[in-house]
Design a protein around this ligand. Structure first.
Ligand code: SF4
Ligand code: FE2
Length: 627
């Protein structure tokens, strides 16, 4: 059945690193060694450097900082600041996309691809559309979206999409997010020296700040991106470093905001540039993606995925990458010195991510098309600069099926099982499968890689075990690419499933793991869970659905975990949040939130134990429903 194992992935990494050792290249494995052991105070979240009286570190002998803050206050403030950082990142990305939508013109560089979705959103937001030009509507919707970031009154518009129970609960708890920027500012203000020292209040603001991400900025990113570049539909593609082609000009797009990469993808299809590449001896132009930029362009264009977070340096070690262009987030600064070891051009494009050793080409919507073409031309000019002594061609890749937006999932479900043509699309066929026990439940596997655990190992082992237990998996981000590399996004992965899931996959014609996109697209998962609950007639915490981030590392992941928990979905973490130095904080994030939102964290660094806990959690939810 030729699935790729983690051992095979590790062997490939070792081979690339050996190849590269001759050119003096250094990667995260080397730096991880130099950083071990890591600072215990930092790991436990009990180092405070919020004011210059400190830094203060909590020990049994010194249980309070100079100002009197205890471990609970310090760990809680550090935790909330992580959430604020993560929410800022996702939401600012969402805002940037609003600006791109606002720049659209009929004959402009960016256009509206999904008019139906634009009109749906305009209607949802009470923006009149009748008799109006589609671009006027786009600009009004974009502006309304941008206002969600700074409006002085009211809460996020997208909250109306949730179940009535959730909306009421969020209001009652006081975690319905106001303007997105305000929640981030409130988090920063609360954690300033001399403000909140009460861990519970910090955790509550953590939930609200996270909500400003998932039901605010991230959802904004997803919606506006779909309107601009099209709502994803299932597509065949490939994943892993083997998608890099020795005989072609290889350009890697990396980061999260797809505005720039879309232009590069379009430019690479231009005939004159293709001819130019051929005139330089290349067989063509090969665009490959890393991290969430890859997820965005693979979902809409089938662009192949070179890999995920901890593979970004490996991509350069191949010696056949002419250019790596990055936008924002998850970009290693090490790409600067590393690209200098090779002929690779390293291009930064956003004022948000300026990195030494790169060439900075600031991207603007008004000049995007020319800029995209210019970058592709520069990459072609770089093709004959490869150093043959430094080439180490990767071979491993796997076919993958991607692009399961909620719209796509509904289409697949209703296409097969629903004979009533005029009935609205519904998750009922899926719910019936869950009720019958053919599918036991669903798990959303999301998030990054983290050198604290074997890269991709937890993702892949957890996914396999879930499939074997008839649990359907939905995935985004680097977790999705781990699945792609392993070959788990193929329809053939049904062979890893129990009999029930296997039958469903065959009947509906889907792989058992559905690629739902980038990290901001976890907002799609929130809507999926919401609409399943609505169609089922129960509240979200009752649905046998849980979330899992087995290898998370970024502040964005902490923001996500907070909106997932607020939405009522238990969140299983394979990496410990840095709050262990506070017993109260540990209690609050595991059991404390459960008493309020119906969900909390379950933390375990052993993937076998973690997946068993998920299975037990899903079975417990089934038992409670009497199914
Ligand atoms: Fe120390 Fe308090 Fe300043 Fe933190 S805020 S560094 S605990 S004095
Ligand atoms: Fe991501």
């Amino acid at each position: 059945n030729n699935f790729t194992t983690v051992e095979q992935m590790e062997a490939e990494t070792a081979r690339l690193r050996e190849c590269a050792a001759c050119s003096g290249a250094e990667t995260w494995e080397d730096r991880k060694k130099a950083q071990t052991p890591s600072c215990k105070f930092g790991e436990d979240g009990v180092c405070c450097r919020i004011c210059s009286m400190g830094p203060c570190r909590i020990t049994p002998k010194a249980p309070r900082g100079i100002c009197g803050a205890d471990a609970n206050a310090i760990a809680g403030r550090n935790y909330l600041r992580m959430i604020a950082g993560g929410t800022a990142a996702h939401s600012d990305h969402g805002r940037e996309i609003c600006h791109t939508l606002h720049s659209t013109k009929k004959d402009g560089h960016y256009q509206v691809k999904d008019e139906a979705k634009l009109l749906r959103l305009a209607k949802e937001w009470d923006i009149p559309t009748e008799g109006k030009d589609i671009y006027d509507i786009a600009h009004e919707v974009a502006l309304a979206g941008m206002m969600e970031y700074g409006k002085p009154f009211g809460t996020q518009r997208f909250l109306n999409r949730a179940t009535d129970e959730r909306q009421k609960l969020w209001n009652d708890l006081g975690i319905a997010p106001r303007a997105i920027d305000r929640e981030i500012a409130t988090a920063m203000h609360m954690t300033h020296m001399g403000n909140t020292a009460d861990a519970e209040a910090l955790v509550m603001q953590g939930l609200r700040t996270g909500m400003a991400d998932g039901w605010g900025g991230s959802m904004m990113g997803t919606e506006m991106t779909d309107i601009l570049f099209g709502t994803p539909m299932p597509k065949d593609t490939e994943g892993d470093l083997g998608v890099l082609e020795k005989d072609m000009v290889n350009i890697i797009v990396h980061g999260h905001d797809p505005a720039m990469s879309e232009m590069i993808v379009v430019a690479a299809e231009d005939k004159d540039l293709l001819d130019y590449a051929r005139s330089k001896g290349a067989k063509g132009i090969n665009i490959a993606g890393l991290c969430c930029t890859a997820n965005e362009v693979t979902m809409r264009h089938g662009v192949r995925m070179a890999g995920n977070f901890l593979q970004q340096e490996n991509a350069l070690l191949t010696g056949i990458v002419e250019m790596i262009t990055v936008d924002v987030q998850c970009i290693f600064p090490s790409l600067g010195p590393l690209s200098e070891c090779f002929h690779t051009k390293f291009i930064t494009t956003s004022p948000i991510a300026r990195i030494p050793g790169s060439t900075y080409v600031e991207f603007h919507p008004e000049t995007a098309r020319e800029q995209g073409r210019d970058l592709v031309r520069q990459a072609i000019d770089n093709f004959d600069k490869r150093d043959p002594a430094k080439i180490c061609v990767p071979t491993r890749k796997q076919p993958a099926r991607v692009g399961y937006s909620c719209e796509a999932i509904l289409k697949e479900l209703n296409g097969v099982t629903n004979s009533h043509v005029d009935e609205r699309d519904t998750y009922k066929p899926l719910i019936d499968c869950i009720k019958a026990g053919v599918i036991r439940g669903a798990v959303a596997i999301v998030g990054c890689n983290n050198p604290k655990v074997r890269p991709d190992h937890s993702h892949i082992e957890i996914m396999k075990k879930l499939l074997a237990n008839d649990i359907i998996v939905i995935t985004t981000g680097c977790a999705a690419q781990a699945a792609a590399k392993a070959g788990l996004l193929r329809k053939e992965a049904k062979d890893l499933c129990g009999a029930g899931m296997k039958r469903v996959c065959e009947l509906v014609g889907i792989p058992p793991i559905l690629h739902m996109g980038s990290c901001v697209d976890i907002s799609r998962m929130m809507l999926l869970a919401t609409d399943i609950a609505k169609d089922w007639g129960i509240d979200i915490p009752q649905v046998p659905v849980v979330g899992c981030a087995p290898e998370w590392m970024s502040e964005k992941a902490v923001a996500i975990a907070n909106y997932v928990v607020s939405t009522g979905i238990d969140t299983y973490l394979g990496i410990e949040p840095q709050v262990k130095g506070s017993v109260q904080m540990m209690e609050l994030i595991t059991e404390g939130t459960r008493k309020l939102t119906g969900a909390g964290y379950i933390i375990n660094t052993n993937p076998d134990t973690l997946v068993q806990a998920m299975i037990d959690g899903i079975e417990a939810k089934r038992a409670a429903l009497g199914i």
